[in-house]
Each structure stands twice: as structure tokens, then as C-alpha cells.
Design a protein around this ligand. Structure first.
Ligand code: NAP
Length: 258
């Protein structure tokens, strides 16, 4: 199936590694040109080279911090100069602070502030400056990576749930306001996606990681490809009548009817 995004320009934030990098590859494999944004220029340059070599599209690597207004301004100016506009934005972010804790133990305001900055403030910063580029084209896709915890709060995840619920609310407001410009705005809410790139530094012990597989009817973790595939579908022409939605990618862990 042709997803209709060949030649479109896609910005993927937090894309120097992990999920962001995999999503950028998936969009590029469908013919989208990609703009990569994260703080590490060397890693971004490597990802951009891989993408150009493997998918034959254009890839721009721009270093900067999602939370810093001037960095985002520079990013948006570069996109205008290189591509003349923007069609797709995937709002991936840093993880919440580690280690994860019970809500009653989250008494350090610095951790709440870090979680707010990393997960919500960066998204607001990027969208505040990038939205005019997307609405100008009469067709657009905005997709935020949140967490399944926004549907059913998961133990020890309040630093994620609280601010990703904020992202979800912000995306719903945007969806309502920009629909007439041909722009859809959605969230993808993952849980239990394997993160092989972080082996050894994960928040879970080996025993906890094994137990997590049994949280889903499928009895396994999800793959990076399964997550990136859903994001890429939401970026497609065919997903044009989906907006204001949150699509869970969590192997059925939530167990709710909706
Ligand atoms: N795996 C799951 O099942 C699951 C479930 C729910 C939610 N999530 C969320 O999915 C997201 C991606 O997960 P991941 O495992 O791929 O994370 P990761 O490996 O820690 O990668 C995070 C990326 O964010 C970039 N980054 C960090 N701070 C940034 C900033 N201020 N500005 C710009 N870029 C920044 C990092 O690059 P630089 O260091 O170069 O900036 C890196 O590319 C996270 O928010 C995670 O919490 C994952």
C-alpha cells in the first residue's frame, strides 16, 4: 500500500536514538524526507547518513534542545530554508526521570519540574513555533508519542502520566482548532515496547522485565517496528479521517473496552 507521503517533509523530535530514530527510518522508508532534531549533533549526523543511504531521501540533522526557544527557532528557520515548509511532525521526547517511584514518594519538586520540561514544555515549544508551517500547506499530520499510562495510570509512572495527559489535552485542543486546515493531530500511547538500545540501563530488573511480558494477552514485549508502523500509518494519506485520537500500542495490556 502506498501511504502517500513520498516527498513530504517530516520533522521527528528526539530522534538521535531509540524510538525517534526508528520512527524517522520508518517514515523515510515510505519516501518522506526527514528532519532529525535532538541535542547530540554527532549521533544525528550518523542517523541522517544511515537514512540517506538506506532510503534515498533527504535527511537534515539539526542539533538543539526542544525546551530552548532559540534552538527551536533555529530549527524552524532551517526547515523553511531547506524544505520550504513542513507536512508531518512526530513529537517524541526524552523519558521521565529515573528511577521510577510511587506517587507518594515523588516529593522532590526538581523531578516534577524535569518531567514537565522533558515531556510537556518541549512539545509546547516545538508546536508553538512549527504549527504555522504545517497549517500553511493545507495538509498535515501531527503525532505525539505519549504513554499508555494516560489511559490507565500505571504504578510508579505518575511523572509520566501527569504530563503526558497534558500533552494529550494539548493535542486534542490543536486537533479541534486546525482540522479545517487539513491537519490531523493524534497521539500514539505506547507501553511495553522493547528498547534494545538501552539494555543494561533500563528502569527494570531482569525479573521485572520478564514479568512485564506477562502483562499482555500476547505474552511478549512490542517491537520498535510495531510502534513506528502505527506512527507511520497515522502520518499517511489513508489516516486522514483520524484526528483527536489516542491510539494505544501496548499489546492489550490496558484490558479496557475503549
Ligand atoms: N518503550 C516504551 O514502552 C515506552 C512507553 C511509554 C512511553 N515511552 C516514551 O517514548 C519516548 C522514547 O523512548 P526511548 O526509549 O526511545 O528514549 P531514549 O532512548 O531515552 O531516547 C530519547 C531521545 O530523546 C532525545 N532528547 C532527550 N532530551 C532532549 C531534548 N531536551 N531535546 C531534544 N531531544 C532530546 C535524546 O537525544 P539527545 O540526548 O541527543 O538529545 C534521544 O534521542 C520516551 O519519552 C519514553 O518515555 C516509551
Amino acid at each position: 500500500m502506498d501511504l502517500g507521503i513520498r516527498g513530504k517533509t517530516a520533522l521527528v523530535t528526539a530522534s538521535s536514538g531509540g524510538m525517534g530514530r526508528n520512527i524517522a527510518h520508518a517514515l523515510a522508508s515510505e519516501g518522506a524526507n526527514v528532519v532529525l532534531f535532538a541535542r547530540s549533533q554527532d549521533k544525528l549526523t550518523t542517523v541522517a547518513s544511515e537514512i540517506i543511504q538506506q532510503h534515498g531521501v533527504r535527511a537534515l540533522a539539526k542539533a538543539g534542545d526542544m525546551r530552548v526557544s532559540s534552538d527551536v527557532t533555529t530549527l524552524v528557520e532551517s526547515i523553511k530554508a531547506e524544505f520550504g515548509g513542513l507536512d508531518i511532525v512526530v513529537l517524541n521526547t526524552a523519558r521521565p526521570p529515573n528511577p521510577i517511584r510511587a506517587t507518594t514518594e515523588e516529593v522532590d519538586m526538581a523531578r516534577w519540574d524535569e518531567a514537565y520540561q522533558n515531556q510537556l514544555a518541549g512539545v509546547l515549544q516545538v508546536m508553538s513555533q512549527a504549527m504555522p508551517l504545517i497549517t500553511a500547506r493545507g495538509w498535515g499530520r501531527v503525532i505525539a508519542i505519549t504513554s499508555a499510562s494516560v489511559k490507565a495510570p500505571m504504578a510508579h509512572h505518575s511523572l509520566s502520566t501527569v504530563f503526558r495527559a497534558g500533552v494529550t489535552a494539548y493535542m486534542k485542543h490543536l486537533a479541534n482548532e486546525v482540522g479545517l486546515s487539513g491537519v490531523t493531530v493524534n497521539c500514539v500511547a505506547p507501553a511495553l515496547i522493547e528498547t534494545p538500545h538501552r539494555a543494561g540501563s533500563a528502569a527494570y530488573t531482569a525479573a521485572q522485565a520478564e514479568a512485564r511480558k506477562r502483562l499482555t494477552p500476547l505474552g511478549r514485549m512490542g517491537t520498535q517496528g510495531e510502534l513506528a508502523g502505527v506512527v507511520t500509518f497515522l502520518a499517511s494519506e489513508q489516516a486522514g479521517f483520524i484526528t483527536g485520537a489516542t491510539i494505544p500500542v501496548e499489546g492489550g495490556m490496558l484490558g479496557s473496552l475503549f
